[in-house]
Design a protein around this ligand. Structure first.
Ligand code: ZN
Ligand code: ZN
Length: 111
């Protein structure tokens, strides 16, 4: 069952990729730049364990499980705990504009 749904989502992802590729022939170059293919810009799958090395949004340099820019559904939870910067629409704990010294470190690999 698990394997089946995994395969299904893989197929969906593949067809989505194929779609965007087909439509991309007429798209402007900037559209491609918005979706970096390099590994640094990679997003973690939603199945990763929060707090693990794999749980990392390469595009926004925060844990993917806490990335409000990828998952706007997370925003109310941050607001509820008061961890929110309304000026920059970011969790205060992720707002480098307000906290230039802030360092969000990717968890190390292993275990
Ligand atoms: Zn992100
Ligand atoms: Zn801010």
């Amino acid at each position: 069952m698990i394997r089946r749904s995994l395969l299904l989502s893989l197929l969906v992802a593949l067809s989505l990729a194929a779609c965007s590729k087909d439509g991309g022939s007429t798209a402007k170059p900037e559209a491609a730049a918005a979706q970096p293919a390099k590994q640094d810009g990679a997003h973690a799958p939603s199945t990763v364990k929060p707090g693990s090395h794999e749980d990392w949004c390469g595009e926004h340099q925060v844990p993917e499980s806490q990335c409000t820019r990828c998952n706007p559904d997370l925003i109310p939870a941050f607001k509820a705990t008061g961890d929110w910067c309304p000026e920059h629409s970011l969790p205060e704990s992720q707002c480098l504009k307000c906290n230039p010294d802030l360092e969000i470190v990717r968890p190390p690999k292993g275990s």
